[in-house]
Design a protein around this ligand. Structure first.
Ligand code: PLP
Length: 441
């Protein structure tokens, strides 16, 4: 049990995506982190099965990143992002572009995944307008999609809890593909499920309904993350690519979770062999050390906007902290670590172990599905009679008290440890989870 309630005033901080009153009556406070462990305020250690929030890919407390940020702060703490440049932003953009799939080599910096998504949607609209196709204003998202929390992101996203409080003010010209989750056909799938590629064909129907000439872009997470790790059915992303290309529609992969090695390749686009026109990313880009995101854009899309008089701003968009010097320094140091330690491909070596370990939980109480791809896994529990999410929350608390940090969405546990995790530590996650499930009502 936390000791923080006695020493901290918890009242002022309005916590994000948290049941504030429940939390503050029973707080869980983390005070330090190193490697794959957090330290609670009572000194106990927690094994981090979620890389923070899917972002600390190289593990915690990397001195190299801290030193790079420290040096940068003392050299150039901030420089205006508009009409002014600093070397770090150009260097880091070149570095990110080198990692991205071929053709995608223009990089716009943001400060979060949500900003990356809204930026990508705006670029898609501006691109069509620049080419004289301003009638393409519609954007297609997907049910169960999580594309951040900006108005653009929640409009194209498909998680009802994130939308209903704001209904009435979502973007008007949006439609959705169906999600690909199919428990009846795909339960306990390992890797990409066999069934569901035909769900991409619904895009043909949306095109027939709205007209291709009204659709700017389709945005999907290559693997839906926050909805509970839904890998794409075999052939699904290929179909989306084919249909969008045929109809002049941009394909945006929201790789905020899948970018930077989580699937055993720099991006999901590499892993699946499907190249979108725009990639949004954020988590992992600075190893969680500082807020940052990026939108990586196909050169053709970028170049279409580089038109008109050269004294006119081509994209009326940007953030005070776009390409912030410290974030770029953290990003450079992060990529040094990823490259030196082979972390962008390491998952290929450990994903079979991860898969077998997760699926060994099959048969434990309450589990209705286990699924995985790369170093992303989900364990879905049957909701309890007294309400959805309650069983998941009880599991979170039990794990926290017994030395394991887990990420829970409703009754789904998402497992996504730092990419440096050792097989024995994966076993420890599964063992602790299994014991907690045995205790769970
Ligand atoms: C796929 C995806 N897109 C966007 C976001 C939003 O990122 P942020 O919380 O950094 O705004 C997330 C966050 O989990 C995400 O998983």
């Amino acid at each position: 049990m936390s000791t923080a309630a006695n020493t901290l005033d918890l009242s002022n901080y309005w916590m994000p995506f948290t049941a504030n009153r429940q939390f503050k009556s029973q707080p869980r406070i983390l005070v330090a982190a190193e490697g794959v462990h957090y330290t609670r305020d009572d000194g106990a250690r927690l094994l981090d099965s979620s890389a923070g929030l899917w972002c600390v890919n190289a593990g915690h407390g990397r001195a190299e990143i801290a030193e790079a940020v420290h040096r940068q702060l003392l050299t150039l703490d901030y420089s205006p992002a508009f009409q002014m440049g600093q070397p770090g932003a150009f260097d880091f953009a070149a570095r990110v572009a080198r990692l991205a799939p071929e053709g995608l080599d223009r990089v716009f910096f943001t400060n979060s995944g949500s900003e990356s998504v809204d930026t990508a949607l705006k670029i898609a609209l501006a691109y069509h307008k620049a080419r004289g196709e301003g009638g393409r204003f519609r954007i297609i998202g997907r049910e169960k999609g999580y594309n951040g929390v900006g108005f653009g992101g929640i409009s194209v996203g498909g998680l009802v809890a994130n939308r209903r409080q704001f209904a009435g003010q979502l973007l008007p010209s949006v439609d959705h593909l169906p999600h690909t989750f199919d428990l009846a056909k795909n339960a306990f799938s390992r890797g990409q499920p066999e069934h569901g590629a035909e769900k991409a064909d619904v895009l043909e129907g949306l095109i027939a309904l709205h007209g291709a000439d009204s659709i700017a872009a389709v945005i999907v997470e290559p693997v839906a993350g926050s909805a509970g790790v839904l890998p794409p059915p075999k052939g699904y992303l290929e179909k989306l690519r084919e249909i969008t290309a045929k109809n002049g529609i941009l394909l945006i992969f929201d790789e905020v979770i899948t970018g930077f090695g989580r699937l055993g390749a720099p991006f999901a686009a590499h892993r699946f062999g499907v190249t979108p026109d725009i990639i949004t990313c954020a988590k992992g880009i600075t190893n969680g050390a500082l807020p940052m995101g990026a939108v990586i854009v196909d050169r053709k899309v970028h170049d279409a906007l580089m038109a008109g008089p050269d004294n006119v701003i081509e994209l009326f968009h940007g953030y005070t902290y776009s390409g912030h010097p410290t974030a770029c320094a953290a990003g450079m140091a992060t990529l040094d670590i990823y490259e030196r330690e082979g972390l962008l491909t390491r998952v290929k070596e450990i994903e079979k172990h991860f898969e077998d370990a997760l699926h060994s939980l099959k048969g434990k109480p309450h589990i209705i599905d286990i699924r995985n791809i790369g170093l992303m896994g989900a364990i879905e529990l049957k909701p309890r009679e007294d309400g959805p999410g309650k069983r998941g929350y009880d599991l979170l608390v039990d794990c926290f008290n017994s030395g394991l940090l887990i990420r829970v969405s409703g009754d789904i546990v998402a497992i996504s440890p730092p990419l440096i995790i050792e097989p024995a530590q994966i076993d420890e996650i599964v063992e602790k989870l299994g014991a907690a499930l045995d205790r769970l009502k």
